[in-house]
Design a protein around this ligand. Structure first.
Ligand code: SF4
Length: 193
């Protein structure tokens, strides 16, 4: 569970302009770009850094990963707890965030308000559940993502030669949960050409 020793409020980096923040804004420093986030992060000691990101922002994923890596490399801020808030679990993006040494990821439900303090409270209370390893362990390793436009990807099953497009209940209730361990394709992958 993250430390609670620093007491300078939360630094909130809001990558997605469309994301409307809700809840009390007391103690929040809100920035809108990776550069502004980095500048603010080194300017004082925060209780934590929360980064809102939409996994649908395909073109700026690299900026998110770079920011997280830079935040974790900087000696002054590497020990400040950080959490990336995504609107759905994305195996490829989570794996990249793990490489950037991100420890915590909060998955917002579609109906849930983007209240920074609520998300932070959840991170503090449910630290273990929100660890990136915990998310990755629930996702089927055969999930495959192929960009089809600036904002969209097609998700297919690599255990079925990427010929099965995933969505709906199978994606949400099997491929993105522990239930994938019982999936017939996971148990008997058809990976050859
Ligand atoms: S269909 Fe089965 S094997 Fe394919 S991604 Fe989903 S859970 Fe994994």
């Amino acid at each position: 569970m993250p430390s609670t020793t620093a007491k300078e409020g939360l630094l909130v980096c809001q990558f997605s302009a469309a994301q409307i923040l809700e809840g009390p804004t007391n103690g929040l420093t809100i920035v809108r770009s990776p550069m502004a986030c980095m500048d603010a992060a080194v300017s004082k000691v925060y209780e934590g850094i929360l980064i809102y990101f939409s996994a649908r922002q395909l073109r700026v994923r690299d900026s998110l990963i770079e920011l997280c890596a830079d935040l974790n490399k900087n000696l002054r801020i590497r020990s400040v707890p950080k959490c990336v808030s995504l609107e759905y679990p994305h195996r490829f993006l989570l794996a990249k965030l793990r490489e950037a040494a991100v420890e915590y990821v909060d998955i917002r439900l579609p109906t849930e308000s983007a209240d920074p303090w609520k998300i932070w409270e959840r991170t503090m209370v449910q630290g273990t559940n929100l660890r990136i390893e915990s998310h990755l362990s629930r996702l089927c390793p055969f999930l495959h993502y192929k960009p089809i436009s600036d904002q969209n990807e097609m998700i297919t099953c690599a255990a079925y030669r990427n010929r099965m497009v995933l969505g709906g209940r199978r994606l949400h209730e099997v491929c993105q949960t522990d239930t994938h361990l019982h999936c017939e394709y996971y148990l008997n992958p058809r990976v050859s050409a």
